[in-house]
Design a protein around this ligand. Structure first.
Ligand SMILES: [Zn+2]
Length: 592
């Protein structure tokens, strides 16, 4: 496959011991051919996380996440594929050739190191100015005024950027890091003048990733100047939509408390942390993103977002519900009383009052349902409209138990039939919203869904067998007709694997990278599970999977003919009969 001819990937894969790598994060116990443990990607009390060392795959039967050692490292350390490859190569002392630009999905290693180093030096520089220089006096006064202790400020690496324009630029230039600094937005370079600092006379808040690397800065003025805050520009290290402030400082507390509190700003996060809510992080944007929530789900699934108690805050919480659902979470909302923000509330009303507010945080879905019930009132049409909005939201709930719970609640609150609501929610939406999370669509026990599931399973299953049994590839190609598989990604991958004479090892990684999260989960489930132990078993599976694909194809044909017949004026059974007749005819013509 183009772009992956590099057998270094295979070498790293072969050398990396998946049990050792995963074992550093998960306590693994041998159970038969596999190792099992508690999944690091979702909260659980009984292990549903399996590692198959022989095949080099892991899979969690609880949350559906799975893949190779690369997928694990990417997920657990929030790296791109290229970064995960480099990290594993370094660990096993495998020299990688310099990658072509962009091939590693990010900056080349040398450049990335320079960026990390420049940010690190900048953070140290700002701290030095804050604590050890006369320039820092005003900023130290500011921290005192905001009630931020020295200990807290040091934990968050808070610093101060002096007012003079080329302080940091000079420091970084001396270290040969000026290019990196420009790329990070720490330093600006314009023709006809020496490089100068972007952050001047600002209290500096370093933003760190979960591993503790400084990836960006936020800088706040000390007076009333505008803008109040400026932030580092997007860079290979920093994406605003993905970064969560305080995740490095708070991640252990989040995992321990099995809860994350999300606020908006630096000062709110720091104040709550200082008041004992060490599980607090900040979104640093106007709205929480799916990626930010995904990052938090590594440590907990119980996320409480703080909103203003006013009408705007209530409205924001309803928008947040969709983001939470898209991230596969239900989410809770805590409404800060009017006139306060989290910082002033915890300082003026105390940690206990704030703790009670958080403990009492309501499920966002409950709040949404209550709003809809109120809107529905007594009128029939208003109730129907509300039920429509509820169905739209239900459609986004990925977890079947949560779906069930919410459907029941919603029916009760709106006074509509539960079955009607469920049926509405099962209809494919106008938008792709139900699948925005990249997860399985709502897995309800509808037969249509089950069938579609069978077809999806068959496509991925055939890829798994084609990978593992090169001798069967020709037979799979003939039986499964990859070109006719409805999911074009699966069809194209299956075709590519079937027509390749490369070994499993060199095909597996490109295939994994091309699959969606859901498909990757299906594949890893097969790989750690009892996928055909021998060629005979594999041949039988090929027949089963191919038959499932053929049934799916036929159903699609009948459906489209039925629709054509219906628009042509035939209805119901007549249309179905006509469709069957056409298919029978075609089969005679084509001999199958
Ligand atoms: Zn899991």
């Amino acid at each position: 496959m183009a772009g992956f001819g590099d057998n270094k990937i295979e070498e790293v894969r072969a050398r990396a011991d998946i049990v050792e790598i995963i074992g550093a994060h998960v306590r693994l116990k041998r159970a038969g051919r596999n190792f099992t443990g508690l999944c690091p990607f979702h909260n659980e009390k009984t292990p549903s996380f399996s590692v198959n060392a022989e095949r080099g795959f892991f899979h969690c039967f609880g949350c559906g996440v799975g893949g190779t050692v690369f997928d694990f490292v990417m997920r657990v350390e929030a790296l791109t594929f290229g970064e995960a490859l480099q990290s594993l190569a370094r660990r096993y002392n495998i020299a990688l050739p310099e990658r072509r630009d962009g091939a590693s999905g990010g900056a080349p290693a040398g450049e990335r190191d320079a960026l990390v180093q420049a940010n690190q030096i900048a953070a140290e520089f700002f701290q030095h100015v804050l604590w050890n220089t006369h320039d820092g006096t005003l900023a130290r006064d500011y921290l005192v005024k905001r009630g931020i202790s020295m200990e807290t400020a040091k934990a968050f690496l808070i610093g101060f950027a002096p007012a003079r324009p080329a302080n940091l630029a000079a420091v970084l230039d001396k270290r040969g890091l000026i290019e990196a600094a420009v790329k990070l937005g720490l330093v600006k370079r314009e023709p006809g003048r020496p490089p100068y600092d972007m952050f001047r006379a600002r209290v500096m808040f370093p933003i760190r990733d979960a591993q503790g690397r400084v990836i960006a800065f936020g800088g706040r003025v000390l007076d009333q100047r505008l803008p109040k805050y400026i932030n580092s520009s997007e860079s290979p290290l920093y994406s605003k939509a993905r970064a969560v402030y305080g995740v490095c400082e708070g991640r252990q507390a989040i995992a321990r408390a099995d809860r994350a509190i999300v606020v908006e700003g630096y000062i709110d996060a720091i104040a709550l942390w200082q008041a004992g809510f060490k599980e607090t992080v900040a979104s640093l944007g106007t709205a929480l993103t799916v990626e930010q929530l995904r990052l938090l789900t590594r440590y907990t699934r119980n996320v409480v977002a703080c909103f203003d108690g006013d009408a705007a805050g209530r409205k924001a919480s309803l928008r947040a519900l969709e983001i939470f659902l898209a991230a596969g979470l239900l989410g809770r909302g805590a409404f800060i009383p009017a006139g306060y923000d989290p910082d002033t509330m915890v300082r003026e009303r105390g940690a206990q009052a704030f703790g009670e507010l958080i403990d009492g945080a309501e499920l966002l879905a409950d709040y949404f349902l209550r709003e809809q019930a109120t809107a529905a009132g007594a009128s029939m049409s208003a109730r129907a409209a509300a039920a429509g909005r509820v169905a739209e939201i239900l459609r986004m709930v990925a977890n079947p138990f949560e779906f069930d719970l919410l459907a029941r609640k919603a029916a009760g609150m709106l006074g509509v039939g539960e079955e009607i609501l469920r049926r509405e929610a099962r209809k494919p939406g106008q938008t792709q919203s139900g699948n925005r999370a990249g997860r399985a669509p709502v897995p309800i026990a509808a037969t249509a869904a089950a069938r579609a599931d069978g077809v999806a399973q068959a496509g991925v299953g055939l890829i798994a067998i084609a990978l593992g049994y090169p001798a069967l590839r020709a037979a799979i190609y003939a039986q499964a007709a990859p070109a006719e598989i409805e999911d074009r990604v699966i069809g194209a991958l299956l075709e590519e694997v079937c027509l390749s004479d490369e070994a499993q090892a060199s095909l597996e990684i490109p295939v994994m990278l091309a699959l969606s999260d859901e498909q990757r989960g299906r594949l890893s489930a097969l790989m750690v599970g009892p996928l055909a132990a021998d060629a005979d078993g594999a041949r039988k599976l090929v027949a089963d999977f191919s038959a499932a694909l053929a049934r799916g194809r036929r159903r699609r044909e009948v459906e489209s003919l039925r629709r054509a017949a219906a628009t042509a004026g035939l209805s119901g059974d007549d249309a179905a009969a006509a469709a069957q007749a056409v298919i029978a005819l075609r089969r005679q013509v084509h001999g199958g």
